[in-house]
Write a protein that binds this ligand. Sequence first.
Ligand code: HEC
Length: 105
Amino acid sequence: MSRFSVVQLIAVCAVLAIGPAIAGGNSDAGREKASQCVSCHGVEGEGVGENPPIAGQDPKDFVSVMRAYKTGEIEAPMMAMFVQGLSDEDIADLAAYYASLSREE
Ligand code: HEC
């Protein structure tokens, strides 16, 4: 019985560790890629001046808004310039990274 719970515990830990990977992004990789975002969105994604905060954003919303900037569905000249150079993987990594930051209001 006790042995069984250890196995369960390990299984839970494995799922927690794999969880973010299933979501598609790697937040450590995202942190590196975020260096090009800090001038406008802040070191912690808190937003600078008129640039909106992006910390704590749901990864799904993050990915869909970034895709919309890329396709031009949402017109935002500042963002359009930056998303062109980002692959889907970059966007997923950035989404995971910013989702891991907490938003302070
Ligand atoms: C030159 C300044 C600038 C840079 C650099 C920049 N952004 Fe932005 N970003 C903006 C502005 C301005 C907006 C608001 C655009 C709008 O009006 O929809 C925005 C909006 C966003 C949004 C949507 C926020 C929301 O709540 O709708 C996300 C997500 C985002 N940026 C992510 C990023 C990421 C990731 C990077 C780095 C790869 C980045 N931005 C780099 C200026 C910038």
